[in-house]
Design a protein around this ligand. Sequence first.
Ligand code: NAD
Ligand code: IPM
Ligand code: MN
Length: 361
Amino acid sequence: MNKQIIMLPGDGVGKEIIDSAKIVLNTVASEFGHSFTFHQHAIGGEAIDLYGTPLPEDTVKACQGADAILLGAVGGKKWDSLPGDQRPEKGLLGIRKTLGLFANLRPVKGYRSLLHASPLKEEVIKGSDILLIRELTGGLYFGKPSERRENGDAVVDTLYYQRNEMERIIDKAFESARLRKKHLTSVDKANVLESSRMWREIVDEKSREYPDVTVEHLLVDAAAMKLITQPNRFDVIVTENLFGDILSDEASVLTGSLGMLPSASVRSDGVGLYEPVHGSAPDIAGQGIANPLGMILSAAMMLRHSFGMEEEAAEIEEAVHDSLEQGYHTPDLQIKGGKVVTTKEMTEVVVENLTTINVSN
Ligand code: NAD
Ligand code: IPM
Ligand code: MN
């Protein structure tokens, strides 16, 4: 199969980890007889420096014509004082919105060899396996342009959702739960926000269409607490944009590092943008030590969700698992013993394991 893949490295560690995905995908291509063509484009801070905008028209066009998109991360100190609509993050929000990628799937699954890497107790996190589904193109992120009023002393951000924007993500969550343990937790702030009350209403309506799925509602503050005290009670979690952003970074603690989490930003027809959950990590950028696994696992999600390559995706996941079992890890994972390696070395180990798996099959 020939696939055209757009690569958007972005900024900071984004530039360092995206090659890891490319190397792993090239290995998959040669093992399985596929052909992946990569086209690199600018987004975020890099695009601001090169073209004066975080989302050049050329990047948008390339993404619209692609089979799938891989993104590293955007942002950094250099651009932090720019006005909101000119920041690197605006490029990422823009491409999600332009492509209509309303569903952000963030699987959070602890690897056995990383149970000790989490500051949480092993018996608490053991066996946790959560799919966090975050609404990605609405809510506070995309309300009327934010503004300062009263000589800069007052601010307005708007939380706006249309019913159909809530319905489609809630449907996606019910469908995903059906393919898993059939348990859906809807997270909102219905005791305060009108948007959350409409959200809850829709979840209850939809639950009648999915009688095989058990539904519970949690308020976001309690959900944040339960996520790290009783992670095993969760299967699929669905929530609006901002709550999903915050809860997913929190959930990464279950896996030992934010650098472990992959994500898929998709719409109904399978087109998707695949990106690790973390950002440009300015504190470690340039050192060659970023964890590439969230990025590599995002590439696996791309193969599964956009290309229907289930076996290939599963082999990447197995190779990541094997590499961790062998003790290899980047310094963000606080594990006693094992071998601390660089981004490049970690990638080589995954590739080595991938090759071994395929030969033995
Ligand atoms: P961050 O996710 O970049 O970093 C948070 C912490 O996690 C840091 O200590 C960092 O070193 C660590 N970390 C993150 N990814 C890692 C990896 N792969 N390996 C090892 N350690 C890793 O969040 P931040 O520092 O709050 O934000 C930095 C910039 O990134 C900001 O400009 C922000 O807007 C942007 N950001 C971008 C994305 C994205 O592009 N998808 C996501 C989040 C934040
Ligand atoms: C994420 C990031 C982005 C978000 C930022 C960089 C706009 O934090 O993908 O989680 O908030 O969606
Ligand atoms: Mn985030």
